[in-house]
Design a protein around this ligand. Structure first.
Ligand code: HEC
Ligand code: HEC
Ligand code: HEC
Ligand code: HEC
Ligand code: HEC
Length: 529
């Protein structure tokens, strides 16, 4: 077996680095430089990945590879993950009889949407499967690709290069930095900034990638996309990965057998900036509030991508003014008496504003460009105030300047994701979150996303035994029900079963009660020092 390992370690990497250097395309400014791979790298299809990632072969097990990755990823995804069913739920090539069955009501809706929109041949593939399969203009899907919905490469990046010459199969791959991996097409999803950007390209939308739920699609019946919290969404996916704390570490080990998987020290350093003795590493990993940090970073990424979406929309006159980038309640609020008016001090009544849940500034504990960001945010608000739907030309420029500062924010975030978060910082984050959103918690989407984020932190504090479960559980239960926080899990179950009309819920939820509960939950953490 030894020869095998030696071969893996010594296959020349130089060649691929050379090829890659000549094909790497210059990207426009964006929130996350890792989000797209160079254009000439292409998808090879889930069957290829599944060949190795369905069940560990005896060789891989003998080599100890399964201590690093499980190698059952494709099985988990195919059996349990909603993404592998995302096409099946919307496919349109079914018989009338099939469409009438209860099990196929989502397909029936899909057909209804595209027929209301008068789609021509090919439009469903182009405008819908961009998200329901994850196809893009660069990589047209094959028939077989379609059947499997959102596949490995839609998230991990196109595999033609990193699987070539067994590059990523080698143990030496572990020591590569995220940047080196991304040059060969693989996105490093252990980085919350990177994974948030990947998820949001479908779960929020990205016009340039052809992924956008327009208001027409909503009006034709597309379910309203919920807000997004990275950690909540990740934990609603059947995990086919081991997080860093789940990858085995031997405490009190000598330098030579630091961990139980090969190149562990190099891997930790390249991905998490963690170095030192095994004990120190153990402490850094176990003591850190990793999930809370993910949630926080995901929120910041959503803020930035919200600005990018405005930028993309404002760049094209034909998409500008699409209602779906605005807060739905700006127009769909019933004008009833005795309702808390849905308004903000700084805003002109009657002018729609972008979705509030996307807005999240940097918490005070992590500032380096706060003033500039805040000034730009104010200017953008003014611009949305100036004329109905906002001044496209001005917004295009403002969002451009915003995006230019994003590379700084990106650097800030990379720093944040490499720093262990302490319990005091978790508390600061909770207070910041509540304070910064105090005025917008009467918005259903803000309340929902804020509750998701708070719960991630609260649950992690409970997990670390800093907070008693009983002190918060009843309030969490009530919020879970009234805000409909649970994501629908079973793979084949339609999301339509879970969310009886989001607009309805958004109109009728008890905003004052939810706000009170959220405040009380944060107050319950006051004992943590
Ligand atoms: C020939 C077998 C093989 C094929 C084909 C293959 N993989 Fe892998 N993959 C592996 C092995 C083995 C590892 C673990 C390498 C190690 O020991 O570090 C791995 C590791 C990975 C990792 C973890 C890398 C990291 O840096 O954390 C990802 C992600 C991954 N594979 C995705 C894919 C995807 C997506 C495809 C299809 C495009 C694919 N693989 C195709 C064998 C394969
Ligand atoms: C290529 C597009 C795409 C990408 C990328 C993507 N998703 Fe999804 N996701 C979908 C679609 C489409 C559905 C809806 C499936 C259905 O039809 O019910 C979905 C459903 C989900 C659901 C179930 C939602 C519910 O209401 O039950 C979760 C959770 C989820 N995705 C998490 C993630 C996470 C986490 C990431 C990033 C790591 C991600 N997704 C990346 C397209 C995508
Ligand atoms: C919807 C997005 C999505 C899809 C689809 C997806 N993955 Fe993943 N994958 C992730 C995320 C997120 C992680 C976890 C990153 C982390 O936190 O370390 C991950 C991690 C992995 C890892 C690393 C495991 C580890 O323990 O470090 C492998 C290997 C992998 N995926 C293979 C696959 C394969 C093979 C497929 C297709 C059968 C696939 N993934 C489909 C999002 C996805
Ligand atoms: C600028 C105002 C405006 C905004 C913002 C807006 N809508 Fe609408 N919406 C309308 C109007 C006007 C109609 C009726 C005309 C039509 O069908 O386009 C409508 C119709 C609809 C319908 C059809 C059913 C019904 O109630 O009449 C749905 C569903 C819908 N919108 C969802 C949304 C969602 C979801 C959002 C937020 C992502 C949103 N809308 C944002 C103005 C708006
Ligand atoms: C920007 C990405 C995106 C685009 C574009 C998109 N969708 Fe969706 N779609 C989603 C997501 C995400 C969900 C799941 C929403 C949730 O979690 O509640 C979904 C859910 C659905 C559902 C309900 C599935 C179920 O579980 O029952 C149908 C039907 C649907 N979409 C049809 C379409 C059609 C038809 C189009 C094109 C006109 C389209 N979608 C375009 C992202 C998208």
């Amino acid at each position: 077996m030894v020869w095998l390992r030696v071969v893996w370690l010594h296959i020349p990497l130089m060649l691929s680095v050379l090829i890659c250097a000549t094909t790497f395309a210059v990207e426009p400014p964006r929130a996350d430089p890792h989000a797209t791979a160079p254009v000439s790298i292409f998808n090879i299809g889930v069957k290829e990945c599944a060949a190795c990632h369905s069940a560990p072969s005896p060789i891989y097990t003998a080599l100890g590879v399964t201590r690093f990755v499980r190698l059952i990823e494709a099985t988990e995804w195919l059996k349990f993950d909603k993404h592998s069913y995302a096409y099946e739920l919307v496919r349109q090539d079914l018989s009338q009889d099939e469409l009438e069955t209860d099990e196929r009501k989502s397909n029936k809706l899909s057909v209804a949407i595209t027929s209301k929109l008068n789609y021509k041949v090919g439009e469903f593939e182009e405008k819908c499967l961009s998200c329901h399969v994850g196809s893009s203009a660069n990589v047209p899907p094959t028939r077989m690709d379609l059947e499997f919905g959102v596949q490995c490469e839609a998230c991990h990046g196109p595999g033609s290069e990193y699987t070539r010459r067994e590059q990523h199969q080698q143990v030496s791959w572990r020591a590569k930095t995220p940047d080196q991996k991304s040059e060969l097409g693989m996105r490093d999803l252990s980085s919350p900034s990177t994974s948030a950007a990947v998820c949001l390209s479908c779960h929020l939308g990205n016009i340039n990638e052809g992924r956008f739920v327009t208001h027409n699609m909503y009006a034709a019946g597309h379910p309203v996309l919920p807000p997004f919290d990275l950690q909540t969404f990740l934990s609603a996916m059947p995990p086919h990965w081991k997080t860093l704390p789940e990858k085995p570490i031997v405490a009190n080990a000598s330098k030579s057998d630091l961990g139980t998987f090969e190149l562990q020290a190099e891997y930790n350093l390249a991905h998490f900036d963690i170095a030192g003795t095994a004990d120190a590493i153990q402490l850094a990993i176990q003591g850190s509030y990793d999930k809370t940090r993910r949630s926080m970073i995901g929120g910041l990424v959503a803020n930035d991508l919200g600005i990018e979406l405005i930028h993309q929309a404002a760049a094209k006159t034909e998409t500008w003014g699409d209602y779906s980038i605005y807060n739905c309640m700006g127009c769909h609020q019933e004008l009833k008496k005795n309702r808390t008016p849905f308004r903000h001090e700084s805003r002109t009544p009657g002018r729609p504003f972008p979705a509030n849940w996307l807005r999240l500034e940097y918490p005070a504990i992590h500032v380096s460009h706060r003033d500039k960001q805040e000034a730009l945010s104010r200017q953008m608000t003014d611009s949305f105030n100036a004329v109905p739907f906002g001044d496209a030309r001005q917004l295009n420029e403002l969002s451009e300047s915003h995006l230019q500062t994003l590379s700084n924010r990106f650097a800030d975030r990379r720093k944040m994701e490499r720093q262990a978060m302490t319990k005091q910082e978790v508390r600061q984050w909770l207070e910041f979150l509540l304070k910064s959103r105090h005025d917008s918690l009467d918005d259903y989407w803000v309340a929902k996303q804020t509750a998701w984020m708070l719960f991630v932190a609260i649950d992690e504090l409970v997990e670390h035994k800093e907070l008693a479960h009983d002190s918060v559980a009843p309030m969490q239960k009530e919020l879970r029900e009234s805000l409909r926080l649970d994501l629908k899990l079973p793979r084949r179950q339609s999301v339509l079963d879970g969310q009886k009309g989001s607009l309805e819920t958004a109109r009728s939820f008890d905003a004052a009660r939810c706000k009170l509960l959220l405040i009380k939950i944060v107050e319950a953490t006051a004992t943590i020092r």
